[in-house]
Design a protein around this ligand. Structure first.
Ligand code: MN
Length: 727
């Protein structure tokens, strides 16, 4: 009895550092010799002595921290010297103990490891960013010599993140940010996915506590609803594997909150789109079984084309191996499947740590380590050429974030964009006004079109023009949310204004034909009309007309007749012939567009076609499409070029038959550009020994300009035949 009580009170009084030491010894007992453990305990006493009188923000003795770090490395089966370095990792930085002393007391190897994780001091005259960069650079040099340096550093960071709540809010944010930007990606690059997940989750939670909570709540709530369907899918797959006597084991897989958030942000999709994907893993004994299991699930559920990835034959840069596929499951739910062997799984969880954790046995451990070393050697090369530490960090980030590209402004500022980003994305990321007026760019002094995809290290100089404005086609290739939403906003506003203006002109034109003026219509009559049409405002009505959703002539008739409420029947045979044509400039923008099929230019006789929701498309009178248009009587209207105002550059297309000799196309091109015209496109349609048939799109002011160019080209003796293309 008495004895029992004594033990109990002993435990109550046990200091946390003693409890941790015991825990460490337990962990180490699983894989180290007693004499090595004794050596580690000696390091513990040395460290505890050096740190005595120092406390963590939580109030515990400081030594608790390095011992906790040592425990997590012990769980990865780190060797004796690595564990000793973990216990002593802060003594050089935070106590009077020197590197030489450590070498004397323990070994130069331990001293080197501790020195590797020690931050550089004497960086007082540098900014925080520079000091941070300098320290990361130093750490990389040390880890290139010995990978255990980064293992200690990651375990150190993990424990600091686990105990982050003791820190002040600004420190929490700074440390969390650095963890997400540097340490989690390093863990990922080294294949240590378990550590990476933990760092990401802790970092995300510290940086965005509210978002974390909301997502956490959702995940927990959704989990219940999903259980049934997960079990159904899992057992169907398992049954199928069993049927064909395949040695595979199916397991459900849950995504962590940080990666759900990443996906939502990066792909701009909702929580449900991320979370409603059902993820499973199949563990097999051999590589051969992996491929057979793949065939088996593809037979069970339909695979989504283009989603299969073979990371077994082609491992990822960090050594990761698996087969990935996406299937369409019951009720159409998407199912993500990863298929791998148990050995591949170990590597995918612990990466280079597998080297210590699963000593020798399989060769993929060795290949992971070889890859890590290769990566570090590459970084050392980079570091030799990098001017300063900040530059080194930028280079490092290029390497750590393969899903991003880093490019430069002409001033040398770095801009970070997602992979696949184009010149337009870049322009909007610099400034909305630049995006709104960009026309092309110069990349490394070469002129490139807007849809050019950017690559790491490019210097991008955006060329803008006052007349330029966002084009709906850009939406096909921009990838950043900023560019997308800016373009949409601009177009929406711009198109609305244009539609209103055009609608007013169309309505006024029809009213004029019956001797009325919009300004002179009785306001109460307008109110009655809007009421009858159930339209909120005159602007809304005009916008509708401009977009081609309502015929201006019908509205004009309604305004003119006795009772605005009476429906109007239109005799469309005559409707177009008693009004004056609509005058266009050709530069109206989005509600008046020039047809691509016949490319009308000022001076051509033209015809307009109402394209509901989009406005008016202008065709050449001779265009075949315009003949089709005229069959639908109500949808077309007479248009004419404005004589004074139709100015600008209009694209036209010509077809040339040239003698197929060297330099003919160059002669044609220089002739065209000498006539103040730009070539927009050249296509060689047909070619034999004698003749080459080419289509050239060029810009002209009007019909006269084009005729002059054609005349001049005809005089070249290499031109056999030339015609304008009008569809
Ligand atoms: Mn530490």
């Amino acid at each position: 009895m008495m004895h029992g009580i004594a033990v109990e009170s002993d435990q109550q009084l046990e200091l946390p550092e003693n409890r941790l030491l015991r825990q460490l010894q337990d962990v180490l007992g699983d894989y180290l010799e007693q004499e090595h453990i004794d050596e580690i305990v000696r390091a513990y006493h040395f460290g505890a002595e050096a740190h005595s009188g120092q406390f963590r923000k939580s109030g515990e003795a400081y030594i608790c921290h390095p011992v906790s770090v040592a425990i997590s490395l012990g769980q990865m089966r780190m060797d004796m010297r690595g564990i000793m370095a973990a216990i002593l990792h802060d003594v050089i930085e935070d106590t009077p103990v020197t590197k030489d002393e450590l070498a004397d007391q323990f070994s130069s190897e331990v001293a080197e490891l501790v020195d590797g994780v020690t931050k550089l001091s004497k960086l007082d005259n540098k900014s925080r960013a520079e000091a941070q960069a300098e320290n990361v650079r130093k750490m990389f040099l040390a880890m290139a010599k010995d990978l255990r340096v980064i293992m200690v550093k990651l375990a150190d960071r993990l424990h600091n993140m686990q105990t982050l709540s003791a820190m002040s809010a600004p420190s929490r944010r700074r440390i969390a940010k650095e963890t997400l930007e540097i340490y989690a990606p390093i863990a990922s690059r080294l294949g240590m996915n378990k550590v990476r997940h933990e760092l990401q989750t802790l970092g995300f939670k510290a940086l965005y506590p509210n978002r974390f909570e909301v997502l956490d709540h959702y995940v927990k709530k959704s989990r219940g609803n999903r259980r049934e369907i997960i079990e159904t899918i899992q057992s169907s797959i398992q049954n199928r594997l069993d049927q064909v006597a395949l040695n595979g084991k199916v397991a459900g897989r849950e995504k962590n909150i940080a990666s759900i958030y990443q996906k939502m942000r990066y792909k701009k999709i909702s929580f449900h789109d991320v979370f409603d994907v059902y993820a499973f893993r199949i563990f097999c004994e051999t590589v051969d079984e992996c491929y057979r299991a793949l065939g088996c699930v593809h037979n069970l559920y339909k695979p989504v084309p283009g989603k299969f990835k073979d990371y077994i034959a082609l491992p990822k840069a960090n050594g990761y191996q698996s087969l990935h596929t996406i299937l369409i499951g019951p009720y159409g739910v998407p199912i993500e499947i990863q298929i791998r062997t148990h050995d591949m799984h170990k590597v995918s969880e612990s990466g280079i740590a597998a080297h210590w954790l699963y000593k020798s046995e399989n060769e993929s451990n060795e290949s992971v380590k070889a890859r890590a070393n290769e990566w570090l050697r590459d970084l050392l090369e980079i570091q030799k050429t990098a001017g300063d530490s900040l530059e080194f960090i930028d280079n490092l980030k290029v390497d750590l974030f393969p899903q991003e590209v880093f490019v430069f402004t002409p001033q040398g500022d770095i801009v970070k964009l997602p992979r696949g980003a184009t010149v337009v994305d870049f322009a909007f990321s610099v400034h909305t006004a630049i995006g709104n007026s960009c026309v092309s760019a110069r990349i490394d002094k070469k002129l490139v079109p807007l849809q050019t995809q950017l690559e790491n290290g490019m210097t991008v100089d955006v060329i803008t023009a006052v007349w330029a404005r966002p084009n709906p086609l850009w939406l096909n290739y921009v990838v950043t949310a900023k560019a997308r939403s800016s373009i949409r906003t601009y177009l929406k506003h711009f198109q609305q204004q244009e539609a209103i203006d055009l609608g007013r002109r169309l309505l006024e034109k029809e009213l004029l034909a019956i001797n009325m003026h919009l300004d002179q219509v009785d306001p109460t009559r307008i109110v009655e009309l809007l009421d009858a049409l159930q339209v909120k405002s005159m602007d809304d009505l005009l916008e509708d007309i401009g977009l081609g959703n309502r015929m201006p002539i019908l509205i004009a008739k309604r305004i003119s007749q006795e009772d605005v409420n009476a429906a109007v029947k239109l005799d469309d045979q005559v409707s177009h012939h008693d009004t004056t044509p609509l005058i266009i400039k050709g530069t109206e923008g989005m509600v008046v567009t020039l047809a691509k099929c016949c490319r009308p230019i000022p001076g051509d006789s033209i015809i307009g076609y109402f394209n509901p929701g989009k406005g008016i498309v202008v065709h050449h009178h001779e265009c075949r499409n315009s003949h089709d248009v005229r069959k639908k009587h109500t949808n077309w209207l007479d248009v004419e070029w404005s004589e004074e105002e139709a100015s600008g550059e209009f694209p036209a297309e010509i077809r040339l038959e040239l003698m197929n000799q060297r330099g003919t196309l160059a002669t044609v091109a220089s002739t065209i550009s000498s006539m103040e015209s730009n070539i927009e496109n050249v296509t060689v349609v047909d070619q034999d020994d004698r003749v080459s048939v080419d289509l050239i799109t060029l810009t002209v002011k009007d019909r006269v300009h084009l005729a002059t160019i054609i005349r001049k080209l005809k005089k070249l003796n290499i031109v056999l035949k030339i015609t304008r293309v009008k569809a």
